[in-house]
Design a protein around this ligand. Structure first.
Ligand SMILES: NC(=O)C1=CN([C@@H]2O[C@H](COP(=O)(O)OP(=O)(O)OC[C@H]3O[C@@H](n4cnc5c(N)ncnc54)[C@H](O)[C@@H]3O)[C@@H](O)[C@H]2O)C=CC1
Ligand SMILES: CC(=O)C(=O)O
Length: 316
């Protein structure tokens, strides 16, 4: 189990706002790491969060505020710093400001932790995963973004609600951009081990494109719906980041829809999410999933949107 494997391991979280603090708390309660270092431009916030976290620890995990030299020997550096979406903004609206922040901080991480794995959550996460890859000089396997891990969790939850079944019995994923052009892979979706159509027939559920369209709209727009109400999202991404960290530290070879750098669907040099294998050395390609024609077209479109954002930033 990852719990026993990962003792002595340090994780750094850069940016301890809503996402960073929820992530640190989730990591702390999981008990899978020994040390969580928090870095933020707001040093008081980092100190306050680490003090509070230590009072929640029932394990040997300790938290402390730190600075870039404290990234040394970190197994994973999780990046959540920067600006977040305000109601009415898209993730892409954050690109220029958050790319500038990545270009400022990532060389510092690379300087002190040349062997670490960089895990980016700041939005727009695909664009910033690519920016961080370039700014770090790290190999492809040591830079990844949380990608559509959260979108996938949302889709499984919403399908579970729809069919009144546990999300654990739903095999589904969202790939592509973590954002408005994400792609649900309906052609490979199964419920309780049965293809969607077969499951619906066996349970007398209607199997109608309009229903799936609505389910995906709910998935795609979940962040907007939450931000409209509470101003930010945090628990879903924190749990997603924990899942990624567990797969890496536990050396599990688990496939997750994380964002990684490469050439995808006819577009070169971007970061986008497809299922990738995660283990101790980072992120690795796996067999490409077979998509139908419509899904392939949507992936091409999603890839082009990420490329266009990178071109606007002049990061290629
Ligand atoms: N990938 C995903 O699925 C998700 C991504 N996000 C993204 O995570 C990011 C953070 O969101 P929140 O935590 O809600 O924002 P927040 O405003 O609560 O926290 C951001 C933190 O970053 C710090 N910060 C800003 N510039 C910094 C720098 N140069 N160095 C170090 N620290 C710096 C701020 O002081 C603040 O504490 C946003 O870009 C948001 O869109 C949020 C939810 C899900
Ligand atoms: C904010 C964001 O990216 C999300 O909750 O999906």
């Amino acid at each position: 189990m990852a719990e026993s494997i990962s003792k002595g391991v340090k994780i750094v979280v850069i940016g301890v706002g809503s996402v960073g603090s929820a992530t640190a708390y989730t990591l702390l309660l999981s008990g899978i790491v020994s040390e969580i270092v928090l870095i933020d431009v707001n040093k008081d916030k980092a100190e306050g969060e680490s003090m509070d976290l230590n009072h929640a620890a029932s394990s040997d995990t300790k938290s402390r505020a730190g600075d870039y030299p404290d990234c040394a020997d970190a197994a994973i550096v999780i990046v959540t710093c920067g600006i977040n979406q305000k109601h009415g903004q898209t993730r892409m609206d954050l690109a220029a400001k958050n790319a500038a922040i990545m270009q400022d901080i990532i060389p510092n991480v690379a300087k002190y932790a040349p062997d670490t794995i960089l895990l980016i959550a700041t939005n727009p996460v695909d664009v910033l995963t690519y920016v961080s890859y370039k700014a770090s000089g790290f190999p492809l396997n040591r830079v990844l973004g949380s990608g559509t891990v959260l979108d996938t969790a949302r889709l499984k939850y919403i399908l579970g609600e729809h069919f009144d079944i546990s999300p654990d019995s739903v095999d589904a994923c969202v790939i592509g951009e973590h954002g408005d052009s994400g792609v649900p892979v309906w052609s490979l979706t199964s419920i309780d081990g049965m293809k969607l159509r077969d499951y619906c027939e066996s349970k007398n559920h209607s199997h109608d494109d309009a229903i799936y369209h609505k389910i995906f709209e709910q998935t795609r727009d979940a962040a907007y719906d939450i931000i409209k109400r509470k101003g930010y999202t945090s628990y879903g991404i924190a749990a997603g980041l924990l899942r990624i960290v567990k797969a890496i530290l536990g050396d599990t070879n688990t496939k997750l829809t994380v964002s990684t750098v490469g050439d995808y669907y006819g577009v070169e040099n971007i970061a986008i999410s497809v299922p990738m294998k995660l283990n101790k050395s980072g992120v690795h390609p796996t067999d490409q999933i077979p998509l139908d024609e419509k899904e392939t077209e949507l992936m091409k479109k999603s890839s082009r949107q990420i490329k266009s954002a990178l071109k606007n930033l002049k990061v290629e």
